[in-house]
Ligand binder design. Sequence first.
Ligand code: ATP
Length: 143
Amino acid sequence: MKDKNYKLDIIAPDRILYKGMVRSFSAPGEIGAFQILYNHAPLLTSLVPGEMKFTDDQGNTVYYATSGGFVEVRDNRVLALVDTAEKADEIDVGRAKKSRDRAIERIKTRKTDLDIERAGRSLERANNRLKVAQRAHESVSVS
Ligand code: ATP
């Protein structure tokens, strides 16, 4: 239903990931995953690492791994400002595995100068990318 679509912008510091009409958008909010449909109440929330997705006005669902950011919802416009986001099929699985292994190694060896929280965040980003990469062949048309 065309009249139930709204405008979505997904923007990273280095690129515009998406600008277009969608019927649904979901993201990993600080206090849990949420979904935005037409006429959603105003909202401002931060994001944590996780899966983000939208279904466009043609019914195509696109999946992303995001590492965090902010989402603003107002007057049937959604603005997602993300630290990083990669589409499931553009995730470099080898790179994510290396990143994951580096983080695990750091945590295991626990050198005295280790920033444990930073290593933990890196591990979380890598695991999230590996999980979302499995969606690469799942983007389906639901119209
Ligand atoms: P790495 O240790 O591999 O650099 P990272 O978690 O430290 O991973 P980020 O700082 O989150 O990397 O991202 C830096 C840039 O690299 C961003 O533009 C992000 O989209 C991109 N990026 C990071 N990992 C991947 C990946 N596995 N596949 C594709 N792009 C990636």
